[in-house]
Design a binder for this molecule. Structure first.
Ligand SMILES: Cc1ncc(COP(=O)(O)O)c(C=O)c1O
Length: 481
């Protein structure tokens, strides 16, 4: 459509006529009066209508072309091709890229960004480290929220360590694991991820090194690296982390372990290894972060006592979470540690977010106080075990010639060691194109590992089987080309 112009430049103004015309055109486009695809009158006609020289019109059109707002075609009519702000700015726009690259926090690993972007839309999610939505105890939540509904006056900021009733519930439950915690040695966090971040921000100097098992969940995050702290891996043996390989340096250090149903391998540290690790840690004055996210999710045998229960030197910072046993959307985790550590973390937490959601905390306190929660946990273990059995069956059917794995004894994951000829990055891309999401092992390691992590917790068994079938086809295509 041809635009309508009911405007004239003002020769009395100091601003050159061509500039007045440029500003007028930009304003009409910006306000939406002129739309993309609309045509400006030919230059001769415009010069006559506005009673200015052709050269004035030519100058204005050149500038609009430079801004990328109109097409630069000579001869034919001039068309509006852009109405985006940045292109219309007469001065250079704010260089956000420069700011984005300046923040201390590192960007997520590219593969994790891809997974995060696509995960919720993928039909077959073998990557998702969450319980299936069907496992959620709807009635428990509904009852808890009804009771919380009668106490909404408690929706204020809470005390720095979190809702007392919740900490008391947790202290009681921790006793079942042999952990002697009181409400004042517990801090409620917004998920255990926040606990890790608080530790990195509040307890470590910039020369510190955090040692982990290899592979480890921690390497898929940039929390410690973003705080300037180094992350180094120690081998993971069948019994547990090879702590004896920890170098003897002056620098501050800390060891992060997931002793029960480790992410990503599903491994469990033996009791003997736990004891030996603690003896070593005490000799070296080495603090340990024990991440217990999957501890409650055993199949046949309860895992050995947590390090925290065996720790009589106060060397262990214990992390718990509601994400894997209930719902990650609650965003609740907890830290158990010596009082001064809890106070320090709580102080930094208050400066960061003034506490985790009080609504979530009230709901979780209600749920934990309900004996149905224990029945739910038993049921969840059984369901997970059934899923794991079905997953093993599918792996056997489709992937046995190309992979090796250990049978999980709890948790969510199977660590699939793949045939060395398989190109895992290409497999990840090809699987994604077919609607199947997997986690390449490199996300968890400090060097290339020829493995992928599969989760049987989220996908329905039929979807898991379909995913394995697709992976098999893709692997066979790779190996025959
Ligand atoms: C070992 C481990 N720790 C912590 C988390 C994150 O937990 P949260 O949701 O409590 O932040 C995960 C999630 O995958 C995990 O696997």
């Amino acid at each position: 459509m041809r635009v309508t112009i009911n405007w004239h430049p003002n020769p009395q103004l100091h601003q050159p006529l061509y500039q007045q015309l440029v500003n007028y055109c930009l304003q009409e486009i910006e306000t939406g009066n002129w739309a993309l695809g609309d045509q400006l009158p030919p230059q001769r006609e415009l010069a006559a209508q506005l009673q200015v020289n052709r050269s004035t019109i030519g100058q204005a059109m050149t500038q609009l072309v430079d801004y990328g707002v109109i097409s630069g075609k000579r001869g034919g009519g001039t068309t509006i091709i852009s109405n985006t702000w940045s292109l219309m700015m007469k001065k250079a726009p704010v260089n956000w890229q420069e700011y984005i690259q300046s923040g201390h926090f590192k960007a997520n690993l590219h593969t994790i960004q891809t997974i995060n972007t696509h995960e919720t839309r993928m039909p077959i999610r073998l990557s998702t480290g969450e319980l299936a939505p069907a496992f959620l105890p709807h009635q428990l939540f509904a009852d808890a929220l009804t009771r919380v509904g009668h106490r909404l006056q408690q929706l204020n900021y809470l005390e720095p360590q979190g809702l007392l009733a919740l900490r008391e519930q947790l202290a009681q439950r921790l006793q079942r694991w042999g952990i002697q915690a009181s409400a004042d040695t517990i801090l409620i966090t917004s998920g255990s991820l926040q606990a890790l971040q608080l530790i990195s921000l509040s307890l470590l100097d910039e020369h510190a090194t955090v040692y982990t098992e290899t592979p480890t969940y921690l390497n898929s995050l940039q929390i410690f690296q973003s705080a300037g702290v180094h992350l180094r891996g120690l081998p993971l043996t069948r019994d547990g982390v090879a702590y004896w390989q920890l170098p003897q340096t002056e620098q501050q250090k800390l060891l992060y372990v997931i002793p029960s149903f480790q992410n990503p391998t599903g491994q469990v540290m033996t009791l003997k290894h736990r004891r030996e690790l603690l003896t070593f840690a005490n000799r070296r004055q080495l603090p340990i972060i024990e991440d217990s996210a999957y501890q409650d999710l055993w199949f046949d045998t309860r895992p050995p006592q947590p390090l925290k229960a065996l720790d009589d030197h106060g060397a262990v910072i214990y992390l718990g979470s509601s994400s894997k046993i209930l719902a990650p959307g609650l965003r609740l985790g907890w830290v158990v540690a010596p009082r001064p550590i809890i106070s320090r973390l709580a102080d930094v937490k208050m400066q960061t977010d003034y506490g985790a959601s009080s609504l979530s905390q009230l709901a979780l306190a209600e749920i934990l106080a309900n004996s149905d929660f224990d029945r739910y946990l038993v049921q969840t273990r059984t369901r997970l075990q059934q899923r794991a059995q079905a997953a093993l069956q599918s792996l056997q059917t489709y992937l046995a010639p190309y992979a090796k794995w250990q049978e999980p004894t709890g948790g969510f994951y199977i660590w699939l060691k793949l045939d060395p000829r398989i190109k895992i990055d290409a497999l990840f891309d090809a699987a994604r194109a077919q609607g199947v999401l997997i986690n390449p092992g490199d996300l968890y390691a400090f060097h290339h590992v020829q493995a992928i992590r599969l989760s049987y917790a989220y996908a329905e068994p039929a979807a898991f089987a379909a995913g394995c079938r697709i992976l098999k086809q893709l692997i066979e295509i790779q190996l025959t080309h």
